[in-house]
Design a protein around this ligand. Structure first.
Ligand SMILES: Nc1nc2c(ncn2[C@@H]2O[C@H](COP(=O)(O)OP(=O)(O)O)[C@@H](O)[C@H]2O)c(=O)[nH]1
Ligand SMILES: [Mg+2]
Length: 317
């Protein structure tokens, strides 16, 4: 750490920044059939002991309708589609609910849904229902400018060849499995492009598998997934989602290393945090602004804005 940019702010300014970040809600719409690993993905990325204890499950007001439930983890709201693909009747209800959510606005008149995360099971060869959903439901109901808010994930990368060629010691695919995953990535990309004209960059990853407390396989490419998610969120939401990142660093260790995903994520969080600081800290002079925007300080941002800010506040008390 070259210099602590927050050290020049008053406790009151820090508190304001923290409170604004906490008050910023992020809404994620999860789409994917039963068993693709939607819940596992959210737990691996975000859930921690603390989050679990204050997690609440929102009930839909009308019990007749399907439960596209909103799970709140602090300021992160997850809209799930449980039971998608289970029956044609329920699927119709899910489609209607997805469309309604995609048109909903937040209190600032902005689209409520910040990110649509479509999850596929890399071990399953048939993605036709997901492709149809993308073409007929998701994209037609996303404003053109918001199309880059769609993220397609291929989960269960470890199972893409029935568990073969998965290196359990290193939590990484062997070259043959990697080749298969790259093929899958390309074929999903080509298919979406062919169907809709949209250029997407799907990501393969593994949320990992825990059965009765026993870790059967550890996550893969989660740091990459986090950096993809951050990239697709509106800038102000990036520091806000950082409050929810799982504190179990092991989850984020194994990645394809095509890029430095940790650095990417940190850069993204730091520049988002800098926006809050610029907005709020009236006393912040050019000196501090320069420090905040200096790339040498990117490492300083670490991954956890929340930790930094609450630690700063504690020190001041
Ligand atoms: N091997 C492996 N199993 C996974 C992975 N992700 C999820 N699972 C397992 O798949 C099953 C369904 O996952 P779940 O998160 O409940 O799926 P959901 O219905 O989409 O919410 C569970 O038994 C998970 O442990 C993964 O990346 N690898
Ligand atoms: Mg689930």
């Amino acid at each position: 750490m070259t210099h602590d940019p927050l050290s020049e702010l008053s406790s009151e300014e820090l508190r304001k920044i923290r409170d604004r970040i906490r008050a910023t809600k992020i809404n994620v719409l999860l789409v994917g059939g039963t068993g693709v690993g939607k819940s596992s993905t959210i737990s691996a990325l975000f859930q921690s002991q603390e989050l679990e204890s204050n997690a609440t499950v929102g009930q839909t007001p009308n019990p007749e309708t399907i439960d596209v439930s909103a799970h709140e983890l602090n300021n992160l709201i997850i809209w799930d589609t449980p039971g998608l693909g289970d029956s044609p009747e329920r699927d119709k209800e899910h489609r209607d609910k997805i469309i309604e959510l995609l048109h909903r606005k937040d209190e600032h008149g902005q689209p409520l849904i910040d990110l649509v995360f479509l999850i596929l099971d890399a071990g399953n060869r048939d993605f036709s229902s997901a492709f149809a959903l993308t073409k007929d439901v998701i994209l037609p109901n996303l404003a053109h400018d918001d199309r880059d808010r769609l993220l397609i994930g291929l989960n269960q990368a470890d199972q893409a060849m029935k568990g073969y060629y998965w290196n359990k010691e290193e939590d990484k695919p062997e070259p043959k499995l990697l080749e298969r995953l790259d093929e899958l990535h390309q074929s999903v990309k080509d298919r979406i492009k062919g169907d809709t004209g949209l250029e997407v960059d799907p990501i393969y990853y593994s949320a990992g598998c825990i059965l009765n407390g026993e870790v059967l396989s550890r996550p893969y490419n989660l740091q990459k997934l986090l950096s993809f998610i951050l990239e697709r969120l509106p800038k102000k939401k990036r520091a806000a989602i950082a409050l929810n990142i799982n504190e179990d660093e092991q989850n984020f260790q194994s990645n394809d290393d095509k890029e430095d995903y940790q650095e990417k994520a940190e850069e993204s969080i730091l520049s988002s945090l800098a926006d809050y600081i610029k907005d709020i800290a009236t006393g912040v002079g050019d000196q501090v602004k320069k420090i905040i925007t200096n790339p040498d300080n990117i490492k300083w941002a670490a991954t956890k804005t929340a930790v930094i800010i609450s630690a700063m506040l504690k020190n001041r008390k």
